[in-house]
Design a protein. Structure first.
Length: 226
């Protein structure tokens, strides 16, 4: 059973070019609000993101990577898309980071396929009509020299921004036209060894217990180096 929040709109806006009028970042649906049972039979649904008049679901252990829903005139499932494989319209390990826009009446999203090093713009209206993957544009990152792209966002045809998988979580700018790659300052330094403050068991209880409350403590915590 999935609970759909009534406030599932745009969380942040991305600077746009004259051609891209309203690129936005949509947040995932939270587990609150009114109960909706339309998703009860959609096994493997591990994520759900509001995208204008659509919802994009992320699927796990299914024949496709994504599921498409419409909210107009009522919430209903339309189709699955993102067939796994090595062909031109097939995907390896795609991820959706919530970036979408409405351009010329069509709702479009960006998907990063880490396995194939492709960053693709997908037309959701065409997917809904044809019941298959429809790629508007694609950037090939295989020769970009970026060490393990973690996430990526479209700013313009000459500027993509993202982070790479590394111990320091490096942010970068990339120009897909010129091939120029520029890493930015380190955002978070996870490191690979023991943290200077020690492991959690070394921290005195007085530092993580709130005064006046009993049985307070830290349970299982995992810090990933990437």
């Amino acid at each position: 059973m999935v609970h759909v929040s009534a406030c599932s709109g745009v969380a942040a806006a991305i600077p746009c070019t004259p051609r891209m009028k309203s690129w936005s970042i949509s947040r995932s649906i939270l587990n609150d609000g009114d109960t909706c049972r339309i998703f009860d039979q959609d096994y493997g649904l591990i994520g759900l993101t509001s995208v204008g008049d659509y919802m994009v679901g992320t699927l796990h252990k299914r024949d496709n990577f994504f599921s498409l829903y419409t909210t107009k005139p009522q919430l209903q499932r339309l189709t699955d898309f993102g067939w796994p494989g090595k062909g031109p319209l097939e995907m390896g390990a795609p991820a959706f980071f919530g970036q979408w826009c409405v351009e010329n009446g069509h709702t479009r999203i960006w998907l990063l396929d880490r396995a194939k090093s492709h960053f693709q713009q997908i037309d959701l209206d065409s997917v809904a009509q044809s019941k298959r993957m429809v790629v508007d544009r694609s950037f090939d990152l295989s020769k970009a020299g970026i060490p393990g792209v973690r996430d990526l966002f479209y700013m313009s045809d000459t500027l993509l921004v993202g982070t790479s998988d590394s111990s320091v979580c490096t942010a970068f700018h990339y120009n897909p036209q010129s091939g120029a790659y520029r890493p930015l300052r380190t955002a978070l330094d996870f490191g690979t060894g023991r943290h200077p403050i020690g492991i959690l068991s070394d921290i005195p209880k007085s530092q993580y217990c709130l005064p006046g409350l009993r049985k307070m403590g830290i349970g299982d915590v995992l810090f990933s180096p990437g």
